[in-house]
Design a protein. Structure first.
Length: 182
């Protein structure tokens, strides 16, 4: 029976440490008896509910933390102008607290992140004196490489933390009292 109006032709999975990339192939059908998509195997609806319940508390904690960094005129930056960074800024409403997003892709530099309008600049814009905190918005498996490519920033006292709880550099480790749910 078709799911969501399509007959499945297959799924490819490209595994990554933080987030797998899934590509589903299908063919649209004209059948009226299509069923809705099923939950993925192993999905714990209780965990989904806990995540949803804690989301606004995490947002408040992120705002408080970034306010503490920007209160005295310093800036906070993000690194990586991709979909994960964009989602983090937009979902938590952090655009006013982010000075810019650094990205190594020349074609992205000079543009703005969708919806939030945060400018994208080259990594050379990172200045530890002005921007002591830079949040990493990409898969934790490439954090070491990016940090190694920004040794000038680190040597000057700049700090990198990840927006992801699964990273050993998680921004959540900077919070004084993390919310109950992860």
């Amino acid at each position: 029976m078709p799911v969501a109006g399509c007959r499945s032709l297959g799924i490819d999975v490209a595994p990554y440490t933080f987030e797998n990339c899934l590509v589903a192939y299908g063919r649209k059908t004209d059948e009226k008896n299509s069923k809705p998509p099923a939950l993925a195997p192993g999905v714990d609806l209780r965990m989904v509910g806990q995540y949803a319940e804690s989301f606004s508390r995490w947002t408040q904690e992120y705002h408080s933390l970034l306010d503490s960094y920007t209160r005295d005129g310093r800036q906070v930056a993000l690194y990586g102008a991709g979909h994960l960074t964009c989602a983090f800024v937009n979902f938590h409403g952090l655009a006013k607290q982010i000075a810019f997003v650094a990205d190594d892709t020349v074609q992205k530099q000079g543009l703005y992140m969708p919806k939030c309008g945060v400018p994208v600049r080259p990594k050379e814009a990172l200045d530890a004196a002005q921007t002591p905190l830079c949040l990493l918005g990409f898969s934790p498996e490439i954090e070491d490489k990016v940090i190694a490519n920004n040794e000038r920033f680190v040597a000057a006292g700049g700090r990198f933390n990840s927006v992801f709880a699964a990273s050993r550099r998680s921004i959540r480790k900077l919070l004084p009292t993390p919310p109950l749910h992860t």
